[in-house]
Design a binder for this molecule. Structure first.
Ligand SMILES: *Cc1c(COP(=O)(O)O)cnc(C)c1O
Length: 345
């Protein structure tokens, strides 16, 4: 079998959710952000595990994801949609009982005209300039909207992965100014904000990446392990090259293993020549370029040709790989491709 195995631990996700839940006091509900199919790890397995552990509210990016999540979770849990209410979403919102986080006066109008009386939330922009109503828009409609009793008012922090960044306090102040006295549940914190302390917690936190073992939740339990089968092993003489573009040239006699995974599987091509794969506790450097389906690994340090090598696991987490590729753990996770055999345990 040349199929790589991606092991995903719903138990570790649950442990991370419990740890983030413990970071805020009992009055703050800890929701779960599981957009993009639970950051690529499979909401069909992750969401029920979180619900069984006590998570009552979930967040997705678009209504279609919300409808799919409703089929997975059944009646009960609240499902919020960050993208709000787009044209054509009314039926999905009504049938799946979704809570659109309305982003603009246009979306408010769409919601009130097509689904009067249906639960909704409000998303405010406190400086990120990505989604949400700006202070002037909100001031114009707040009274009318609050009469309709929104389920939740939220905003999003732009720099929560840098706790000392002045932007955090600025957004916190503006969120207070825009929502104090509204008498409606409020949420400001994702993973970063959850770790920044009680001032950021309000009534609900909604972590994503921390559940899946990524920064800025440094103490997170690792959730994924990726094991790649070796297809072929060969000896390479000094002066011989390995892979596309002759990008690697052997300086000494060495042994090279070719493993089954490449950039089509989310092993970003920017990782060419950079990471180490592991055989037990022995590091085996990746040499040459990342191909679409294959990687070439220096296994000279091993006594026997290996059957498989590990790319993600206890020795190398998603953020180590992300740093090497010049990206973030979120992208490493959501890039993990459809070719892996996914084992949940
Ligand atoms: C993705 C997202 C989250 C979760 O963020 P993490 O950094 O993964 O915890 C929360 N709120 C909004 C608006 C988001 O887009």
């Amino acid at each position: 079998m040349a199929r790589a195995v991606l092991q995903i631990s719903p138990e570790a996700v649950v442990a991370n959710w419990r740890a983030l839940d413990a970071a805020s006091d009992a009055r703050t509900e800890t929701a779960a952000t599981i957009k993009a199919d639970a950051y690529g790890l499979g909401s069909a397995r992750i969401a029920p595990a979180l619900a069984a552990a006590g998570a009552r509210s979930f967040f997705v990016a678009i209504a279609e994801e919300g409808a799919m999540l409703r089929r997975i979770l059944g009646e009960g849990p609240a499902i919020h949609v960050y993208g709000g209410h787009m044209p054509g979403d009314a039926e999905a919102i009504a049938q799946a009982g979704l809570i659109p986080m309305l982003n603009s006066i246009e979306q408010l109008t769409r919601q009130f005209e097509s689904l009067p009386g249906h639960p909704f939330g409000i998303q405010l922009d406190t400086g990120m300039n990505r989604l949400g109503m700006e202070p002037a828009d909100w001031a114009a409609v707040a009274e009318l909207v609050l009469d309709q009793r929104p389920a939740l008012i939220m905003s999003h922090l732009a720099c929560a992965d840098e706790p000392d960044h002045a932007m955090n306090a600025r957004q916190l102040r503006l969120f207070h100014t825009m929502t104090d006295g509204a008498g409606v549940p409020r949420s400001l914190a994702a993973t970063g904000g959850t770790l920044m302390g009680a001032a950021y917690h309000f009534d609900m936190t909604r972590p994503g990446i921390g559940l899946y073992g990524g920064r800025p939740f440094e103490d997170a339990n690792p959730v994924v392990r990726l094991t790649l089968p070796v297809i072929q092993t060969r000896d390479v003489e000094p002066g011989e090259s390995v892979g596309y573009g002759n990008a690697f040239v052997a300086e000494a006699p060495m042994r090279v293993a070719t493993v089954s995974a490449g950039y089509a599987d989310g092993v970003l091509r920017a990782l060419s020549g950079k990471p180490t794969l592991w055989h037990g506790d022995t590091p085996c450097p990746l040499v040459g370029r990342v191909s679409m389906d294959l990687l070439t690994i220096d296994v000279t340090a091993l006594a026997e040709p290996p059957e498989a090598l590990e790319l993600l696991g206890p020795h190398q987490g998603i953020d180590v790989l992300a740093d090497l590729a010049g990206t973030i753990g979120y992208e490493i996770l959501t890039a993990l491709g459809p070719r892996y055999a996914r084992h949940y345990a």
